[in-house]
Design a protein around this ligand. Structure first.
Ligand SMILES: C[S@@+](CC[C@H](N)C(=O)[O-])C[C@H]1O[C@@H](n2cnc3c(N)ncnc32)[C@H](O)[C@@H]1O
Length: 276
């Protein structure tokens, strides 16, 4: 048998090619890239906010995953605590973005604000490759790309008060009633996130699904660890720093209304002891 028959993926790939299934059983998809289910979270009985997708990875994305993952990628394995200054190589503020999709908006925000580090997390492999490519091409050293479930990242790998903010743009709306439990923005999620965000840090959500926007407003307003930045207690005007995202564009094409929510993490002042 020829060498090329044994190593089908070593043939040069040109951008636009897609990766076809030619690996041996058990062989990792990207030996130096993101791991499949790094935390083994598939064994954890828990409702997930995302659906595993087997998506096509282009040659350009595959190349970025192989080349840049060791430098800028982070497998969310739930097995170690992150030292964020070490991860980014500086002490700049860190904002977590959950669900960056293809990452175009993330790259634009990183370019516009190089003094802020963005820890961008998703489970979507083509998007991870795309964002790494954008970061590389545009010299965006303030982005790290996380692979895995953001809940595990928050729960197991981030220390208290380590984040300066949280961005969740156009999370999966899970429109069917029986799927509402899969929506990310829920009281338990907010309680977990609140422990990781510094007092004063901003949670910024945006959605084009109005019933979800109402739910976000309701649970954020009711949560004791957050306060609305809007004096009227309602939705926020879209901030200039948030670019149009891919999902937002699709929603606008369908005539959807987009709502932004900006809530601040509250510092609780300890109540004096009764009788003190
Ligand atoms: C509807 S897309 C929006 C993508 C992008 N923000 C945009 O506006 O174009 C939601 C993304 O969130 C990701 N996601 C959902 N739950 C997640 C979780 N718990 N951890 C990491 N990523 C998650 C999905 O994989 C998906 O790519």
């Amino acid at each position: 048998m020829s060498d090329s028959a044994n190593t089908p993926e070593t043939a040069p790939l040109t951008p636009g090619d897609s990766i076809r299934r030619t690996r041996a059983k058990g062989e990792p998809r990207f030996p130096d890239g993101p791991k499949a289910d790094p935390a083994g979270s598939h064994f954890e009985r828990r409702i997930r906010s995302f659906q595993p997708r087997r998506s096509r990875v282009t040659a350009g994305q595959a190349d970025a995953l192989q080349r840049l993952w060791p430098k800028w990628g982070l497998d969310i394995d739930g097995r170690h605590t992150l030292d964020l200054p070490e991860l980014f190589g500086n002490d700049n503020p860190v904002v977590l973005e959950i669900g960056f999709g293809m990452g175009e908006a993330t790259a634009q925000m990183a370019a516009a604000d190089p003094g802020t580090n963005i820890l961008a997390v998703d489970v979507h492999t083509p998007g991870q490759g795309n964002l790494l490519n954008l970061a590389d091409r545009n010299g965006l050293s303030n982005i790290r790309v996380g692979n895995g479930d953001a809940i595990i990242l928050l729960r197991e790998m981030l220390t208290p008060d380590s984040l300066d903010g949280l961005r969740v743009y156009f999370p999966d709306p899970w429109p069917k009633k029986r799927h509402h439990k899969r929506r990310l923005i829920q009281p338990d999620f907010l309680s977990l996130a609140a422990t990781r965000i510094k007092p004063g840090g901003i949670v910024h959500c945006a959605t084009d699904w109005e019933p979800y926007a109402e739910q976000m407003l309701e649970v954020l307003t009711a949560h004791p660890d957050f306060e609305n930045t809007q004096a009227d207690g309602g939705f926020a005007p879209r901030p200039d720093f948030r670019p149009l995202t891919r999902f937002e564009g699709q929603g606008l094409d369908k005539g959807h209304v987009v709502n932004d929510l900006l809530f601040r993490r509250v510092q609780h002042v300890d109540q004096p002891l009764a009788g003190a």
